[in-house]
Ligand binder design. Structure first.
Ligand SMILES: [Zn+2]
Length: 305
C-alpha cells in the first residue's frame, strides 16, 4: 500500500513558485465560491441521509441485528453528530455495548491498516446462513461559517472562527508557502501520513487546490484507500476461508452549514453482496424524494452576517 512505502520517505518537497498570489479559501466568502458548488452541488441533511441509507440497505439484506457499521470521520467534535446518527440507524437490542467500529484518523483518513481492519472483520454478527455484514461509512469534512466563510466555524465559547478541517487547512497553508515537509514525524504521525497521501495524489502541474478542492481530493483518497484495504483484507481473503461477507460502501463529504446544520454530499457508494458489486446512484435512486428544505443550495446555506 502506498502509505507504507511513504513511511520511509525522509525528504521535503519543494514546490514550484506559485505564479500569482492565491486567495486563501479560509478567508474566501461563501457566496463568491462558485467552485464549492461545482464540487459539491448538493448536500442532504445528514440524519435523514443516514436513515435512508439504512432503509435502502434492507433491500440487500442488511439490518440492525445482522450488521455492524464501520466509520471514518475526522476527530473533530463537529463530526460527532454523524456518528450519533449512524448509531441511531443501526442500534438494536443486541448491540447496546456499542454500535459502530471506529476507523477514524485526522481528516477521516483510513490509517487503521490491516490490523485494524482485521479487528473490525471479526466483530460482525453472523446470521443463520453464516453471512457477516458491514457498512463502511467514510466522510472527510468542511464547514461554512455563520459569516459565510468556507473552511471556518465559530465553536461554542470562542469569539473567533477556527479552521475546519484544521488538518487540511494546515496542509493547504504549507502548500501555499511552497515547502511541504514529507518526513514522518513520530510526534505527529497522522498529520504526516495525511500529507504524504495528499502529495502522492496531487497533480503538481495544476494550480494548487483550494480548500474545497483539497477536501474533494481527500474524499477520493479515502475512498481509494478504503477500497484497497477492503480488497486486501476482505474481498480476496475471506471467501478462501469459507466466510461470506457482504458489505456496503457509503462515502462522501460532511459539510457543516450555518446554524449547526450538517449535510452530506454523496460520493462513491455501492453494495457488495453475494460476490457481486451493485453501484448505487444515491442522488437519483433513493434520495430523490428528499424534502427541499433538507438539501442545501447556494441560497439555503448562506447566512448573511
Ligand atoms: Zn477535521
Amino acid at each position: 500500500m502506498p502509505i507504507f512505502s511513504l513511511l520511509v520517505r525522509q525528504a521535503s518537497l519543494r514546490l514550484p513558485p506559485v505564479p500569482a498570489p492565491l486567495t486563501s479559501m479560509t478567508t474566501q466568502r461563501w457566496h463568491s465560491s462558485a467552485e464549492f458548488f461545482e464540487l459539491f452541488p448538493r448536500g442532504y441533511e445528514e440524519g435523514l441521509f443516514i436513515q435512508r441509507s439504512a432503509e435502502m440497505l434492507k433491500e440487500y439484506g442488511f439490518n440492525r441485528v445482522n450488521t455492524i457499521p464501520c466509520v471514518a470521520v475526522c476527530r473533530d467534535e463537529l463530526c460527532q453528530p454523524l456518528l450519533n446518527h449512524i448509531d441511531r440507524a443501526w442500534r438494536s437490542r443486541y448491540n447496546t455495548g456499542g454500535v459502530h467500529f471506529l476507523m477514524s484518523s485526522l481528516a477521516g483518513m483510513i490509517f487503521l491498516g490491516r490490523t485494524g481492519m482485521e479487528a473490525a472483520l471479526s466483530h460482525a454478527p453472523i446470521d443463520e446462513h453464516g453471512v457477516e455484514r458491514f457498512v463502511f461509512y467514510a466522510f472527510p469534512h468542511i464547514a461554512v461559517s455563520m459569516t459565510g466563510r468556507i473552511g471556518a466555524s465559530l465553536r461554542p465559547g470562542r469569539s473567533f472562527e477556527t479552521d475546519v478541517c484544521g488538518a487540511l487547512c494546515k496542509i493547504q497553508r504549507e502548500l501555499q508557502a511552497g515547502t511541504v515537509h514529507l518526513e514522518t514525524d513520530a510526534n505527529d504521525v497522522e498529520q504526516s501520513l495525511l500529507k504524504q497521501r495528499i502529495i502522492s495524489n496531487l497533480n503538481l502541474r495544476q494550480p494548487l487546490p483550494s480548500l474545497a478542492g483539497l477536501t474533494h481530493l481527500v474524499h477520493k483518497i479515502i475512498a481509494k484507500d478504503l477500497n484497497h484495504l477492503i480488497e486486501q483484507c476482505l474481498r480476496d481473503k475471506k471467501p478462501a476461508e469459507g466466510r461470506r461477507i457482504d458489505y456496503a460502501f457509503v462515502t462522501g463529504v460532511q459539510i457543516h452549514g450555518a446554524n449547526n446544520q450538517n449535510y452530506l454530499w454523496p460520493g462513491e457508494t455501492y453494495v457488495f453482496t453475494n460476490s457481486m458489486k451493485h453501484p448505487i446512484d444515491v442522488t437519483h435512486e433513493w434520495l430523490s424524494d428528499f424534502p427541499a428544505a433538507l438539501t442545501f443550495s447556494s441560497t439555503t446555506l448562506l447566512v448573511d452576517p
